[in-house]
Ligand binder design. Structure first.
Ligand SMILES: NC(=O)c1ccc[n+]([C@@H]2O[C@H](COP(=O)([O-])OP(=O)(O)OC[C@H]3O[C@@H](n4cnc5c(N)ncnc54)[C@H](OP(=O)(O)O)[C@@H]3O)[C@@H](O)[C@H]2O)c1
Length: 226
């Protein structure tokens, strides 16, 4: 399968590594390929610049957002949250038609530092905005409520964490659930249609608040039903 991933940050890279390891073709999307390849500095978390990371991941292609949207049979949106719509505009919304679009983003403002400020709004979550913009695509909100460290490796001795998904298209959600289960997620909860994205985004924020309060970056939530 061809996987297009918007975002050259750590989440995009982690998803790309996993999909290529599984034998897929993968393209990471960025605003400007030459600019991304010309960066020499580590990011604020100490992650290597893209060109250094690329040396050990040469099978992963780098393209513009437009090339990546055209390339992917399924597209992951893993840009900085409040820039996701800009990335989609740059990509051209017709290039998403009939495709599954997995929205991994959270609506955050880091302009005043960290912890980030939540900028989501009930009835206007990023998941809903993306589905509205891409009315001919099947948007599934997923993988935003947890740490990048466990997205593709959720197994924990302490038990099985929960992953929440939301979207309007049942078949698209079944596909995303299959991807998650293939990665080891045992408890995948379908929260409902894309309007539930708001609650998934607040849940992502809860994860972030806990992280900054406790200097914890690998925790996860588990759902006890009884
Ligand atoms: N950190 C976690 O554990 C975690 C877990 C789950 C979900 N998430 C969510 O996953 C997403 C990705 O997080 P991340 O830390 O990997 O990366 P990030 O630093 O949040 O985003 C990096 C990407 O955003 C793009 N971008 C920045 N400004 C842009 C603009 N004005 N227009 C279009 N694109 C723009 C960058 O494009 P260029 O390549 O062109 O620079 C880059 O590809 C976020 O929404 C985050 O909230 C994070």
């Amino acid at each position: 399968m061809k996987i297009g991933i918007f975002g050259t940050g750590m989440v995009g890279r982690i998803l790309a590594e996993k999909f290529i390891y599984e034998g897929n073709e993968v393209m990471l999307g960025t605003r400007n390929v030459a600019a991304t390849l010309s960066k020499d500095e580590k990011d604020i978390l100490g992650n290597p610049p893209y060109k250094e990371w690329q040396q050990t991941h040469q099978a992963i292609q780098l393209g513009s957002f437009k090339e990546t949207a055209k390339f992917g049979d399924i597209i992951f949106i893993a840009t900085f949250g409040n820039t996701a719509l800009n990335a989609i505009v740059l990509a051209g919304k017709d290039n998403f038609n009939d495709k599954i679009v997995v929205d991994v983003t959270n609506p955050l403002d880091v302009s005043q530092g960290v912890p980030p400020v939540f900028t989501g709004a009930l009835g206007n979550s990023l998941g809903e905005q993306i589905q509205k913009e891409l009315s001919n695509a099947k948007v599934v909100k997923a993988f935003n409520t947890l740490s990048m460290h466990i997205i593709v490796n959720p197994k924990r001795e302490e038990g099985d964490p929960v992953i929440l998904i939301a979207g309007n298209d049942e078949v698209a959600k079944e596909n995303v659930t299959a991807i998650a289960k293939n990665w080891g997620w045992k408890d995948v909860v379908d929260f409902g249609d894309i309007s539930e994205s708001f609650w998934l985004e607040t849940f992502g924020m809860l994860w972030i608040r806990y992280a900054f309060k406790n200097n914890s970056w690998t925790h996860a939530f588990k759902l006890i039903r009884k």
